[in-house]
Every structure is written in C-alpha cells, then in structure tokens.
Design a binder for this molecule. Structure first.
Ligand code: ZN
Length: 301
C-alpha cells in the first residue's frame, strides 16, 4: 500500500482538504478534516488512505475522531471506515439507511468492488472491514450533526447510488456533494459529466438530486475527487443540461437498438466541449451502460 500525500488545502472556517495519490490508483482521492468537536472526517476513502489520514490528523493536532462520514459506501469513499472505526472506537460512522447492512457485513460490497476494481483490489486499496454496530449512526433526511461552530445537515442524494448522502454546512454554505454533482473531466473546455457507477445508476433520481441540491443554494461545492468549486450556479446549469441531453439521446438510442458507440457519437455531437476523446467516450460508455441497466430493470427496454 504505497502512497503519498500530495497537498493540503485550507478553506474558511477551519476546513482542511487532503489530496492523496495512490501509486497506480484509478482516481484522485481526497478527504476533508474539521478539527472542531473532537475531529470530523469526511470521505475516509479506501483503507490505503489510513497513513495519510493519520498524518493529516497529526498536522492538525487531532488525537481522535468524533465522526467518520463517507458520502456513500463505495470503496473509494467509505472502504476505510471499518479500519478507522476500530482505531477510533469513540467515533460515530454516519451512513444512509440503504448502506447500513453493507457496513455491518461488507460481503456483497467486497464482491462488487472486485467486479469493478479486480480480484486483487486489496493489494492497492486495502481491505474493506465491517463497522461495529454500536458505532453506526443512521441520520434521517434533513437531520443535522451538531459540531461546535457549525451544523452539518444530511441530505439524501440518490442517483449515483441509492445509499449516498451529501452534507450541507448551513453556516458557511459549503456542500460536500460526494458524486451527486458529476465529474469534471480534463479537456480544453470544461466538461461535466454525470458520475456513474454502472450497477447503481438511476438517471431520473440523479437529475432530481441535482435540483434538490441547487435549491439549497450552496456557496461552495466540495467535491470528493476534484476539489472545490466556487461558482455552483455554473455547475448546476451545465450538469442539468448535460444530464437531460444524455438521458434523452440514450433512451431513444437504446429503444431503437443503436450500439453504444453510435449513442456516444450522437451525444458527443450535441454537447459543447465534448470531442469524443478517449477519456470522454469511456465515461459516456459507463453512463450509457448505467442507463441500460436502469431502463432494463424498469422494464422500459
Ligand atoms: Zn461512488
């Protein structure tokens, strides 16, 4: 589990973001720490992040954690929660009701992770351990976690996965959005595409969730993989347009029996900034596959 911490970013109201690079990893990983109230960790990431999390805590003079909050149970967000819960037995691990069972018994989660990342994912990302039942907290929609100096309001954000939550800091207007507000892809022009996990994706709920988060009027979006964005209006507008267009073209295409390649091409021709590069088309293929599974489950294809 070789790794290195790349950088530490400091935001207002004592919020710190740590970006971790795992050698050979498939994504950028970041976690957030709030030192107040005994230490709040948002997005623990995989178990392999542990040395960086301990380093980050030391940097802030933190000896323990009161909350460990993955936005959802996917390995790259919550895989390390079990290991951390064992190290910090006084910490509460916050989870959506649909994720609870998988935190207690990660057997199916591990099988899904192997399907997505390979049989030997543990060699790079570390194991996924269960969280002891006594440490789990399942907040209701809209419930707030009280931390000195701020309240973190829990918002259910299905679409990327049914077990996803976002956290809205009502004092600063910061929104920890997990993967509910798309992924920003590299390119000459800024491209925002929906963040899709093929088996869990629900394009209708994804769009509903974007609207729900927009109505909170956040001032800053704290992404789990891509950093912080201070012009949320732009993200909401572009992502809503993009999601509507992808959903329409994909559904029509699948209905008409078009190939994934044809659908990718049609989306690329209609979305500004999307030049059908390898990265963009790989992303779109996942989105179309996610839609295909969803519409098939719904009996619409
Ligand atoms: Zn995910």
């Amino acid at each position: 589990m070789e790794q290195q911490t790349l950088k530490i970013e400091t935001f207002e109201e004592s919020l710190y973001r740590f970006e971790v690079e795992l050698t050979g990893g498939r994504y950028r990983s970041a976690f957030y720490l709030i030192p107040e109230g005994g230490g709040v960790l948002i997005e623990p990431g995989p178990t392999a992040n542990l040395p960086s999390i301990l380093k980050g805590m030391k940097h802030l003079g933190l000896e323990g954690l009161s909350y460990i909050i993955p936005t959802h149970i996917h390995m790259d967000h919550g895989g390390g929660a079990g290991k951390l819960a064992g190290l910090f037995p006084q910490a509460r691990v916050v989870v959506h009701p649909r994720g609870l069972q998988h935190m207690l018994d990660p057997t199916r989660l591990i099988a899904g992770t192997k399907a997505a990342y390979g049989e030997d994912f543990e060699a790079l990302y570390g194991p996924i351990l269960p969280v002891p039942e006594g440490q789990l907290t399942v907040p209701n929609e809209g419930e707030s976690l009280d931390i000195p100096g701020r309240k973190l309001q829990v918002v259910y954000t299905p679409g990327h996965a049914p077990h996803q939550i976002a956290l809205f800091d009502t004092k600063t207007g910061g929104l920890f959005c997990g993967e509910a507000l798309g992924a920003l892809l590299p390119g000459e022009e800024e491209v925002i595409l929906p963040s899709v996990s093929v088996q869990d994706f629900n394009p209708d709920l994804y769009l509903e969730t974007i609207g729900k988060l927009k109505r909170l009027e956040p001032r800053v979006l704290y992404y789990s993989h891509e950093g912080a964005i201070r012009e949320p209006e732009r993200v909401f507008r572009r992502l809503e347009e993009t999601m509507r267009l992808i959903r329409r073209i994909t559904f029509e295409g699948l209905k008409n029996g078009e190939t994934i390649e044809t659908i990718v091409k049609r989306i690329s021709e209609n979305l500004p900034g999307l030049h059908n590069t390898q990265a963009h088309s790989a992303y779109l293929k996942e989105t179309i596959l996610g839609c295909f599974h969803y519409y098939t489950r719904q009996g619409l294809l």
